[in-house]
Design a protein around this ligand. Sequence first.
Ligand SMILES: C[S@@+](CC[C@H](N)C(=O)[O-])C[C@H]1O[C@@H](n2cnc3c(N)ncnc32)[C@H](O)[C@@H]1O
Length: 255
Amino acid sequence: MDGHEGWDDYAPYYDWENAQTVGRRDIAFWQRMASAVDGPVLELGCGTGRVALPVARQGVTVVGIDRSAPMLDRARTRVKRARLQSRIHLVRGDIRHLPFPNRSFPLVMAPYGILQSLLVERDLTRTLAAVTRVLTRKGTFGLELVADLPAWDEYSRRVSMRGKLGPSGKPVTLFESVTQDRRRHITRFDQEFVEGRGKDAVHRQFNLAFRTLTVPQMVRRLETAGLEVSALLGDYQGGPWDLRAEVWIILARRG
Ligand SMILES: C[S@@+](CC[C@H](N)C(=O)[O-])C[C@H]1O[C@@H](n2cnc3c(N)ncnc32)[C@H](O)[C@@H]1O
């Protein structure tokens, strides 16, 4: 399995589920990061625009790259509705091969665990090399790793969420199984969304997988890619990271 898989099927549920999990708790952090630089900001794995829209509302130009067409379709609809077409540019592409000229961005953002979608070392190496290449001199790379994935309990077909979806208010239930491959540092979610009830219910099944390196391991990868780590943050207000921190944010600079 490749880490980009699963997102096309997840797209109709992503905003619904995330409103109940990550919500907006990282948004002000990325807004502050983006407002501090002069020039366009690149977001890796922009998805449905959860981060890109509020950042662009601050007056910043955002380029969002994502591999999933259904995720980008949702982002496009939101961008249009918010009349932010002049400030948000959505690109369908893979973060392992960034299709931008050298030294284009003073800030590259990798929010909400996007680097954890890279399931093998070679993909992470390629992506970090691509990020280093597109950063301006002294540009900053900011990334968040979703800290709780390696500690997630394993379980089988549990109802992990229930609610109503979209304007029609259709009932939706998420049945989820979680497995941990400790040797490869991979957490795998097998998800089945059931929309509606009884015999008319629609079932959609897909998998998502994430590879989680520790903060010190990721620091070494960044340094190997030629970046200089400037801060390790353990919360969204800029507090320092330590081993007990629930938030893992790394800021690195092109030396
Ligand atoms: C966790 S979501 C993050 C979306 C958004 N940044 C947010 O914070 O809500 C991850 C996104 O990364 C995209 N993605 C995963 N692997 C990718 C890859 N190799 N290249 C480009 N996009 C990728 C998925 O399609 C998905 O939209």
